[in-house]
Ligand binder design. Sequence first.
Ligand code: XIL
Length: 496
Amino acid sequence: MNDVPARPKRRTRGAARLLLGGACALAITVSSMALTTFARADLSGPPGTTLKAAAERSGRYFGAAMGSDRLTDSGFLTIASREFDMMTAVNEMKPDATEPNAGQFDFRRGDAIYNWANERGMRFRGHTLAWHGQQPRFWGSLSGSALRAAMISHINGVMAHYKGKFAYWDVVNEAYAENGSRRSSNLQATGNDWIEVAFRTARAADPSVKLCYNDYNIENWTYAKTQGVYNLIKDFKARGVPVDCVGLQTHFTGGSSLPGNFQQTLSSFAALGVDVALTEADVTNASTSQYQGLTQACMNVPRCVGITTWGIRDSDSWRGSENPLLFDRNSNPKAAYTAVLNALNAASTTVPGTPPTTAPPTTAPPTTAPPTTAPPTTAPPTTAPPTTAPPTTAPPGACSGTYRMVNSWNGGFQGEVTVANNGSATLSGWTVRLTLAGGQTIANVWSGINTGTSGTVSVRNADYNGSLGANASTTFGFLVNGSSTTAPSGLSCTSP
Ligand code: XIL
């Protein structure tokens, strides 16, 4: 997060009056047992003396973003663990970092940040899965259905890795232009439904995490871009597209400062049935009045679930020359820190204990079943009825495979197979065979290793999901190019 590359340029571009904005999203309480949950809000308790304690009084969180280079910075880590209870990776979970080459994922730096935060009881917000910026180089040579498939495969690959661990994921980042229409990008060129497909894919990949749309310059209610994003969320809610939260990045500069109607923006989004959050806050010269005002606006809106600053000290900021954060370069809290702390302590609304929202309309059942560690992704093997295709079961004692279609589009579809151990002995390794319909070709497989791409194909376990305890299950996914969505036939599973 230290450099200020390309970004500011882009920002100033069309946003003259307004500012930077930026968003990321978030949401609220989490059902997964793997996630740290907070004590219920209690406004009658004593004021908090740290940002997180003050935020938790009203059921909110106070977050920061960090790069993996900060893991050896004891000054940073001291403040981070004392003051913050939500963490975000600045760059380490962006598409170019997590999938540098097609199908080759790298979670080392992201995991290091996540593990550090998780060990300290912090929650985590993933940032980000689909974005016009910081894309893997190989996306640059793709377009159309191939890029669409790469995006879907990326979302699946990354979300499978962090399944059950995060409170929020920024599924789509910065997809709108300043004039309120879609930003033109290679992802947008794959078809206007790309955002919707990203969210549906994400819901199916991890039903336990809240799915957020994140953007900047959407703080001013009367600004065209704010209205564009508002209409997107409104449409998604009306049509049952799974979205749980909107992140407002809240980058305030000299030119675009805190708008007087910020609270109206927050409450208007919240009224659509999503959580809202301030996801990347920083303010030129750490204006005390603006920090006080943005915090108070959030505290006044029950579904504003928390605030994240984009870094901790000015020396951590991507806008470092503007000294926009709550701590100076010597780790001392600034006047703005005290203003934020007081505003958090003065909160008069609490976050409603909302359960995770709507189940995916098109996909699978487990609204409740929290993935603890291993993935009970789809249906509990013994009870729930398969939504789509009938399971083909192998002889008792071995494994079985159940197919479902997760998503489809013109020219292809995404499939998933749940591999279950129906016996009482642990299986070490599995292989699923299935036969694709004529004209169908597999473009990508994740959480499994395939042999063949058309006709009869076999998929064996990946390194990390071959061991299946009694009654345990796992899933693998794949993308198919072809004119039909006919389900694969002859599904069978064997275990050595
Ligand atoms: C920024 C990082 O802080 C920089 O280190 C990087 O060079 C560019 O990206 N909105 C977002 C964030 O959603 O991902 C951006 O982070 C800041 C603006």
